[in-house]
Design a protein around this ligand. Structure first.
Ligand code: GLA
Length: 408
């Protein structure tokens, strides 16, 4: 065993290394900004990627979700130019994308820059006079990971544009506007969870968000001797958006059938007992999808109580139940996520593990004893690569604030 002094010194060294890493990344990004635009960046705007502790595929059914903002973020280095153009450059991508402020409706088909254009367009629609600027994107949320890189990009962009326009903004409005840009400009039919977490996340807390009213409560994400390990199954993404939209249609069909006998606005209003009374109206996949939504909403309630009571074992059990329901009833997991979750659960120091986000690929979260993380990552990583044929990635994460704005 290491003595306390040695441990403190080792920890301090670790922090120094982490800080040095962050400073180096910042310097690198500032250089890239200067290379792309020929001037120096002046500001840094960031918005977070997210995990979701529990409450999956319920946001668009008016349910409660329980996400938390991550240290993995969209960082935008910026400078106001005052021209009629918003110029965008991206880490790892050659060239500059130009968005003319008086043509913002015309960039819907852009492969890169359409999220930014959508956000700018809807801010302009609110009557804000946008101001030209140069923005360099250094996004550390892995793309297609289910950790909401797109929401982080939208929210950070909205903040940068509002700041440069000199217009005060409300963070909840930023989340709503970002969702609108994704739905109506980029054509992705997501719910509100990701953008809300990205904008409203709070350090060391999860946000219990009621998606039907947008009322919310911060709950400390205190896990005692345990922590959350985020793992990406690295499945190549395909057709996630269309499969996601099919799920949305299926729950819509369930709701319509139930509304013939019960005056509910959302599936999430049904308790498991209510659902037992009306499920005769449903059949096949529609019945399964609705059952998932109703039971997942009930699990969110239990999970929040468990967390508040410090009952991490119960929280872990609920995470497993959630994954199993997403697998059997909602059918959004797939072999890779199921394998990752199953391997995690085999570990004696893991209390629970489930997929997060839309599914069909992306990440799991697992509740793992802090002292056992290293072995967990090694064993699960090896067994996963063995079973699937390629590696999973594990991320060092912490729970942070959603939006930050600073001068460089
Ligand atoms: C994606 C969507 C969210 C939510 C989750 C599933 O992340 O963007 O709105 O529906 O899937 O919970």
């Amino acid at each position: 065993m290491l003595g306390r002094k040695t441990r403190t010194r080792a920890l301090a060294r670790c922090w120094k290394l982490v800080l040095r890493g962050i400073i180096m990344e910042k310097e690198k990004a500032k250089n890239c900004f200067a290379q792309a635009f020929g001037v120096e960046a002046e500001d840094l705007f960031t918005a977070a990627g997210r995990i979701n502790v529990i409450g999956e595929h319920v946001d668009y059914c008016g349910g409660k979700v329980f996400p938390a903002a991550l240290n993995l973020r969209c960082n935008i280095y910026g400078k106001k130019t005052g021209t009629g153009v918003i110029r965008l450059a991206f880490r790892g991508i050659e060239g500059v994308v130009q968005l003319e402020i008086d043509k913002l409706d015309s960039y819907r088909k852009l492969k890169i820059g359409n999220y930014q254009a959508g956000v700018a367009y809807f801010i302009q629609q609110k009557g804000v006079n946008l101001v030209g600027c140069d923005l360099y994107y250094d996004c550390t949320v892995p793309f297609g990971s289910g950790l909401s890189s797109s929401a982080a990009i939208e929210v950070a962009t909205a903040v940068a544009l509002y700041e440069y326009a000199g217009v005060a903004y409300d963070k909840v409005d930023v989340a709503l506007l970002s969702q609108k840009a994704e739905n109506e400009y980029a054509g992705v039919n997501c719910g509100i969870m990701d953008q809300f977490a990205s904008a409203m996340g709070k350090k060391d807390h999860a946000v219990l968000l009621d998606c039907s009213t947008l009322s919310y409560e911060y709950v400390p994400l205190k896990l005692g001797d345990y922590c959350i390990v985020v793992a990406n199954c690295n499945k190549p993404h395909n057709l996630v958006e269309s499969k996601y939209n099919v799920r949305r249609q299926e729950v819509e069909t369930a709701l319509k059938a139930i509304q013939t006998v019960k005056p509910v606005k959302n599936l999430a209003e049904l308790s498991p007992e209510d659902f037992a009374e009306v499920r005769y109206l449903l059949s096949g996949v529609v019945e399964k999808r609705a059952e998932h939504v109703v039971m997942e909403c009930a699990r969110v309630k239990k999970a929040v109580t468990a967390l508040k009571d410090g009952d991490i074992i119960e929280l872990g059990r609920l995470l497993n139940e959630s994954h199993d329901s997403l697998c059997r009833l909602y059918e959004v997991t797939g072999k890779e996520l199921d394998t990752l979750s199953a391997l995690a659960r085999k570990e004696k120091d893991c209390l629970g593990s489930r997929m997060i986000g839309a599914g069909f690929g992306g990440c799991t979260i697992s509740i793992v004893k802090k002292s056992a993380v290293e072995g967990f990552v090694r064993r699960v990583g090896l067994a996963y690569a063995d079973a699937i044929g390629y590696k999973a990635s594990f991320y060092e994460t912490s729970i942070e604030d959603g939006i930050t704005v600073s001068k460089l």
